[in-house]
Ligand binder design. Structure first.
Ligand code: NAP
Length: 246
């Protein structure tokens, strides 16, 4: 089982950035792609370009998620919809941003998986791709966003154990900074945003992340690509730096 054997996919957050690149790439490879996001006009433009099926919806609306996807036969589910609302120190974030981030980045992921996994297990065919983040693996002073992505990390690890013997594969993709609308949504203050966006770091492109997704989907059936970390060459994560005393 590899990408060429998969027939159908659900991609959340397909109206921009990584999700749009993944949805377009899967459609080009011949899959029937169900593309979900709130911005209907963007989804319809994607549909005209790629032939994907549009699901204009808010993934935080749990009833809508089950209405659209419960029992639907899908081979691939890409949990990509997400945002960085509250990408600041916890003691300064707007309380509603905590709910928005947890509901979008975590709660919706659980419910979409709950909707499609029983069918995957029954058919012994399926691939879960969760878009995590380097922020879920390394501390970046973003306890709200990082906390939600750390939840996606442990969800992915636990799922692989729960699904052992079912043939369903689980992959987590952890990008560093990607050139998308992410920071426009995450950071309201234009000066703070431009400190990040205009720092001169050559960011990953959405297609770079999509290529990592396709690599995992394309692996031979006996291979589960557990996790991929990818980051701009000019942006290194992890550890702490100090100037050694000479
Ligand atoms: N960009 C980065 O630096 C970076 C790094 C690591 C991980 N990531 C992760 O990558 C994923 C994709 O983000 P991106 O970088 O491609 O940013 P993006 O361009 O802002 O895309 C985010 C997508 O999520 C959708 N979305 C957000 N809230 C939603 C909701 N309530 N219901 C339905 N869809 C919703 C948006 O669609 P609508 O607004 O139309 O609903 C959009 O399609 C996210 O999970 C993000 O955390 C991004």
């Amino acid at each position: 089982m590899s990408l060429s054997d998969y027939r159908t996919a659900v991609v959340t957050g397909a109206s921009s950035g990584i999700g749009a690149a993944v949805a377009a790439g899967l459609a080009r490879r011949g899959l029937r792609v169900h593309a979900a996001a709130r911005r209907k006009d963007r989804l319809e433009a994607l549909a005209r370009e790629t032939g994907c099926v549009v699901h204009p919806m808010d993934v935080r609306d749990t009833a809508a998620l089950y209405r659209e996807f419960d029992g639907r036969i899908v081979d691939v589910v890409v949990n990509n919809a997400g945002l960085g609302k509250g990408f600041a120190a916890l003691h300064t974030v707007a309380p509603e941003d905590i709910d928005t981030s947890v509901d979008t980045n975590v709660r919706a992921v659980y419910h979409l998986l709950r909707a499609v996994l029983p069918g995957m297990v029954e058919r012994r065919r399926g691939h879960v791709v969760n878009i995590g983040s380097m922020a879920g693996l390394y501390a970046l002073q973003s306890s709200v966003y990082g906390g939600t992505k750390a939840a996606v990390h442990m969800l992915s690890r636990n799922l692989r154990l729960e699904l052992e013997g079912t043939g369903v594969r689980v992959t987590e993709i952890c990008p560093g900074r990607v050139n998308t609308e992410f920071y426009d949504v995450a950071i309201d203050d234009p000066r703070q945003r431009s400190r990040i966006k205009d720092s001169g770091v050559r960011e990953l492109q959405p297609e770079d992340v999509a290529a990592a997704v396709f690599y995992a989907l394309d692996a031979p059936w006996h291979v589960n690509v557990n996790s991929i970390e990818l980051q701009p060459v000019e942006q290194i994560y992890g550890g702490s730096r100090f100037t050694p005393v000479r």
